[in-house]
Design a protein around this ligand. Structure first.
Ligand code: GCU
Length: 695
C-alpha cells in the first residue's frame, strides 16, 4: 500500500442535514488577534483548511475582525481587543491552561441582507486552548451542530493526556499491529517523515498533549537516544509535535550510566550516577527546551532498576526527578513490577498483588515531579480484569492511568474490539478511598488527593499502515482514548457515534450500524475468548489465538488452575492469596464473597466447581458453552452488519474492514471450539443444549 495516509476523523465532510448556509457563508474569513505564536499559526492553518473543506470555499484571513466569521485569540489578546466587551467576562476570567471558550453571536455584516451575521469567537486560556477550541469548533460544524449548540466552555480534566509508543529504533513496534514505526527505521530517526506531522494533527485534534516516542523496553540503540548522537534528530520530531502543543518524552534505560556513561554502577544513590543524569538532562534540554521527561520501566520483566543496588523505587525515581526538576521535566515511573520468574506450583504468590505490594509502602515518598503510571488492571491488559487496587491504595503520590490502545490481548486489530466501554468502566470505578465518589477518574486527574500532576497514558495502536491502525475501525480506539482523556465523563456510545460521523459521514444507516457494531464488540470479543474474568488463555509470546494452557505452567504468574472439578484463582483473604484485601470496603467484601462477586470477574477472584451457579442462573460450565456459541454467532453478525453497508462506504475501506471481519468470524469459531472442548474434556459435563462440542 503506497497510497497517502488516511485522514481518519479529520475529513471535514460537510454535514448533509441542518441549515448551515447562513453560517457557512460567513465562515469564509477568519481573524486571529494578537501576536502570532506558533500554536496560533497552527490553529489558523487548521481552521482555514477545515473550514474550506466544510464550506467548499476558499477561506481567507481578515485583518478586520468585523469581516470574519471566526475570531480567534488567547484570553490575554482577547482582553486587549476592541471586541473584548462582547464576551461573557466571568467565563473569560475562569479560562485556565488548555481551556477554551466558544462564544457565538451576531455581529454587523454589510453583505448580509439582515445587516448582521453569526460570528464565532474562539478564545483559549492559552495558545494550546486556542488550538483545542478550533478543533472543537471544526468537530461541532462537521457534526452539523446548530449554531446555538456550538457555544462551549471546556477544560481538559486530565493535565497529562499521553500516548506511549512501544516503537523500537529498528522500526519494529512491540505489540504493534499496524505496520512499522513512523518514528524510526534501521537505527535511524525518521525526522522528515510527513506521517509525524499528520499524526500530531490527529492527536492534537482530540486533545493529546504528550507522547513518549520509544518503547518502555529500552534496548541498546534506544539507550543512546539521550546522547548527542540522536538528540539532534529527536529534536526535529519534538519541533513537529511542539507546533501541535504536544511535548515529547523518552523512555530511558535505568542502566544508562553504565551503558552509555561508562560508569561502573547505576546506583541511584551514588553521586557520580546522579551527576551523570543531571548532565544528561542538561544536554537533552539544549536540544529540546520543552522536553517532557523520562518514562521508566525498571525492575520489570528483566529491565534494570534500583533493586540491583538494594535501593527502592522511590530512591530510583527521585534521583531522576531531581535531574529533570531544574528544567521542568517529570519522571513517569511505571508500576508494572512483578516477579516474572514464578513457579506455577506455588499457589501463594499472586502476580495480581505485586504492584500494590511494591508501591503502597512507598506512598508519599516520591518527589512532586514523579508520576506513578498504573495499568488499569492488576495483571496486564486482559479482556476483563478488576481495576488495579493501587488506585485508592496510593493517596500521597501522583499517579496516572495506563491503558492499552493497541489490541495485544483483544484481537490485535484483526478482531473488532472498541475499547472505550472498557476504559469507561475503569475511570468510573469508585475506589471508595475517600468515601463514595472516589473514582479512578478523579484520582488519575490529581483532583481527589489534590496532587499537582496526573493524567492518562495509552499505548498507541498506530504504525505506518495506510489506515494508521491496521483495522480501520480501530481508529475509533485512538480517537476515543483522546476524547476520554479530555473528559472521562463522556459516554462510550457518544464518542463512538461522533467518531463514525466524522469518519464516514452522516448517512443514518451507516451511523447507527457502525456505532452499534462498535458498542457490541468488546462484549462479543470477551464472550468467545476469556470466560468470567479468567484471562491468559492465549498463545504464549505473540498472544493471538486460543491456547487454554498456553500460560498455565509458565513462570509469568498467569494461571487459571482448571482441573476436572473447577476453574479460577482463589484470591480471597479467607482461603486464597489475600488479594481482595487490597481494596477498600465495600469492594474487599464484594469480591471476597461468592454471594456478591460479579459474574464477569468470578474466576478472577474465586476457584469454583463447574457446577457453581452464577447470578445469571447458569452454571459456570453452561455459561462457558453458551457464551462461546453465542460469541461466535455474534462475530458472524458483525460481519453481516457490515455487509449491509456495501456501497454506502467507499470501496477501499469497505473491503479492508470486510476482510478483517471475515477473519474474525472464522477465528471466533476456532476460539469457541478450542475453549469449549478444553472445558468439556476437563469437566466431562455435556452441553445442556446438545450442541456440537468436539470430544
Ligand atoms: C506486556 C507486553 C509487553 C510489554 C509489557 C509492559 O507484558 O506483553 O510487550 O513490554 O506489557 O507493559 O511493559
Amino acid at each position: 500500500r503506497q497510497a497517502a495516509a488516511d485522514p481518519c476523523w479529520l475529513r471535514f465532510i460537510p454535514p448533509s442535514r441542518g441549515d448551515l448556509t447562513r453560517l457557512f457563508a460567513r465562515l469564509t474569513a477568519v481573524h486571529v488577534a494578537g501576536p502570532l505564536h506558533p500554536l496560533l499559526a497552527t490553529a489558523r492553518a487548521e481552521l482555514r483548511q477545515g473550514l474550506s473543506s466544510l464550506t467548499g470555499r476558499t477561506v481567507t484571513e481578515a485583518a478586520d475582525w468585523r469581516a470574519a466569521g471566526v475570531i480567534v485569540a488567547t484570553r490575554a489578546a482577547a482582553l486587549r481587543a476592541p471586541w473584548a466587551t462582547l464576551l461573557p467576562a466571568a467565563r473569560l476570567a475562569e479560562l485556565g491552561r488548555e481551556g477554551f471558550l466558544l462564544h457565538v453571536m451576531e455581529t454587523p455584516d454589510d453583505r448580509s441582507p439582515q445587516g448582521a451575521a453569526p460570528a464565532i469567537f474562539v478564545v483559549g486560556g492559552d495558545e494550546a486552548g486556542v488550538l483545542y477550541g478550533v478543533f472543537h469548533l471544526l468537530r461541532g460544524l462537521t457534526l452539523g451542530t446548530p449554531l446555538s449548540g456550538l457555544a462551549a466552555c471546556e477544560h481538559p480534566v486530565n493535565p497529562l493526556r499521553m500516548l506511549n509508543h512501544w516503537d523500537n529504533a529498528d522500526g519494529s513496534v512491540e505489540r504493534g499491529y499496524a505496520g512499522r514505526s513512523i518514528f524510526f527505521r534501521e537505527g535511524r530517526v525518521l525526522a522528515d517523515n510527513p506521517r509525524i506531522r499528520a499524526y500530531a494533527r490527529l492527536l492534537a485534534s482530540v486533545g493529546i498533549n504528550a507522547v513518549a516516542l520509544n518503547n518502555v523496553n529500552v534496548h541498546a540503540t534506544e539507550t543512546r537516544f539521550i546522547t548527542e548522537e540522536y538528540l539532534p534528530d529527536l529534536a526535529r520530531i519534538a519541533d513537529v509535535f511542539r507546533a501541535y502543543g504536544i511535548r515529547v518524552f523518552l523512555s530511558v534505560n535505568f542502566a544508562s550510566p553504565i551503558e552509555v556513561g561508562g560508569l561502573p554502577t547505576a546506583d541511584p544513590l551514588h553521586p557520580d550516577v546522579a551527576r551523570w543524569w543531571r548532565e544528561t538532562a542538561r544536554t537533552i534540554y539544549q536540544y529540546i527546551p520543552d522536553f517532557g521527561g523520562f518514562l521508566v520501566k525498571a525492575d520489570s520483566e528483566f529491565r534494570p532498576g534500583p533493586f540491583t543496588y538494594g535501593r527502592d523505587h522511590a530512591q530510583g525515581a527521585n534521583m531522576l526527578a531531581d535531574a529533570l526538576a531544574p528544567f521542568g521535566g517529570i519522571v513517569i515511573w511505571r508500576c508494572f513490577v512483578y516477579n516474572c520468574l514464578q513457579d506455577w506450583r506455588d499457589r501463594k504468590t499472586d502476580r495480581a498483588r505485586a504492584a500494590y505490594d511494591h508501591f503502597v509502602p512507598l506512598d508519599g515518598m516520591f518527589r512532586d515531579n514523579v508520576i506513578l503510571q498504573i495499568k488499569n488492571g492488576p495483571m496486564d491488559f486482559q479482556v476483563r480484569e478488576p481495576v488495579s487496587p493501587l488506585f485508592g491504595g496510593l493517596t500521597r503520590t501522583n499517579q496516572m492511568l495506563e491503558l492499552q490502545i493497541t489490541q495485544e490481548y483483544t484481537g490485535q486489530q484483526r478482531h473488532l474490539c472498541y475499547l472505550v466501554p472498557q476504559w469507561q468502566e475503569v475511570v468510573a470505578f469508585d475506589t471508595y478511598a475517600r468515601g463514595p465518589g472516589s473514582t479512578v477518574a478523579r484520582i488519575a486527574s490529581g483532583e481527589l488527593f489534590r496532587r499537582p500532576q496526573g493524567g492518562v497514558a495509552g499505548v498507541s495502536n498506530v504504525g505506518d499502515d495506510v489506515f494508521w491502525t491496521g483495522h480501520v475501525l480501530a481508529q475509533a480506539n485512538l480517537y476515543g482514548f483522546g476524547r476520554l482523556a479530555w473528559n472521562p465523563e463522556l459516554s462510550a456510545a457518544a464518542i463512538a457515534e461522533e467518531w463514525v460521523r466524522l469518519t464516514f459521514g452522516d448517512d443514518p444507516l451507516v451511523v447507527t450500524t457502525i456505532t452499534e457494531m462498535l458498542m457490541a464488540s468488546w462484549s462479543i470479543y470477551e464472550s468467545y475468548t476469556a470466560p468470567l474474568g479468567v484471562g491468559w488463555m492465549v498463545n504464549p509470546g505473540h498472544h493471538y489465538g486460543p491456547n487454554p494452557d498456553g500460560y498455565e505452567y509458565s513462570k509469568w504468574g498467569t494461571y487459571h488452575y482448571a482441573d476436572h472439578q473447577g476453574v479460577g484463582v482463589d484470591r480471597t483473604r479467607r482461603t486464597g492469596t489475600g488479594y481482595t484485601g487490597q481494596y477498600h470496603p465495600p469492594h474487599c467484601d464484594v469480591y471476597e464473597s461468592l454471594a456478591t462477586c460479579p459474574d464477569e470477574l468470578l474466576l478472577f477472584f474465586h476457584h469454583v466447581p463447574y457446577t457453581h451457579r452464577l447470578h445469571s442462573g447458569k452454571t459456570v460450565i453452561q455459561h462457558i458453552y453458551d457464551s462461546h456459541f453465542e460469541g461466535a454467532e455474534r462475530a458472524e453478525w458483525l460481519k453481516q452488519r457490515w455487509e449491509s453497508l456495501a456501497r454506502r462506504i467507499d470501496d477501499v475501506r469497505y473491503h479492508v474492514v470486510l476482510e478483517r471481519l471475515t477473519e474474525q468470524a472464522e477465528h471466533a469459531k476456532e476460539w469457541r471450539d478450542v475453549i469449549n472442548t478444553y472445558f468439556y474434556r476437563k469437566s466431562g459435563i455435556p452441553d445442556e443444549h446438545g450442541r456440537l462440542i468436539h470430544p
